[in-house]
Design a protein around this ligand. Structure first.
Ligand code: GRF
Length: 186
């Protein structure tokens, strides 16, 4: 897992594994900053590692270090869930083939770090969430799964994001299981 935030999506995968509902075994959480997801990892007894961009002279060096840190766990799949960094070539050349990302909008609509706010500001009546393969262009890789979520009157960014994340958690678990079973080929 790669994450930067509160880690509720990470926790959904942890809970699914603990409930015997995940056809995968989580091996580690990687972060780019001190984040609440580290507590989620610790509570589950999962190893975590921090690859802090400011510790590296360039973005390329950071991408290379992140790829090495991830590859050390020999993952079959890397799930980026709220990892708020663009992955560059030095990462993607090594791990792009097995890296997926979840995004809180119906891509290609509303890419970027403020997808929920952008959807609200655009006045759409529905948005959603997308799991996609990661490529060098931000939030642009092939879509693996998508679900719609309504925008309701009175929504603010927090209420809408939480409604989206409720769907995102279930969708992410389902996609990981479909990849594990071969129903989705990467
Ligand atoms: C998710 O909506 C993800 O798509 C977005 O950040 C959120 C992560 O939520 N990029 P959490 O930190 O797992 O609760």
């Amino acid at each position: 897992m790669l994450a930067s935030g509160t880690g509720s999506l990470t926790k959904a995968l942890i809970d699914a594994e603990q409930a015997g509902e995940l056809q995968a075994h989580l091996v580690a959480i990687g972060v780019d900053r001190e984040a609440a997801v580290l507590d989620v990892a610790a509570a589950a007894g999962l190893p975590s590692f921090l690859v802090f961009p400011a510790d590296f002279p360039s973005r390329d060096d950071w991408n290379r270090a992140l790829a090495n840190a991830v590859a050390a766990y020999k993952p079959a799949l890397v799930v980026s869930a709220g990892f708020m960094r663009i992955l560059g070539d030095q990462y993607l050349d090594k791990l792009g083939r097995i890296t997926i990302n979840t995004h809180p909008a119906l891509l290609p609509a509303f890419p970027g770090a403020h997808a929920v706010r952008d959807a609200l500001n655009a006045g759409v009546s529905e948005t959603g969430c997308t799991v996609h393969r990661v490529i060098a262009e931000m939030d642009a890789g092939p879509v693996l799964a998508q679900q719609k979520v309504p925008v309701l009157p009175g929504d603010d960014e927090a209420t809408l994001h939480e409604r989206i994340k409720t769907v995102e958690r279930t969708q992410l678990v389902a996609v990981v299981n479909q990849i594990a079973s071969g129903a989705i080929a990467l």
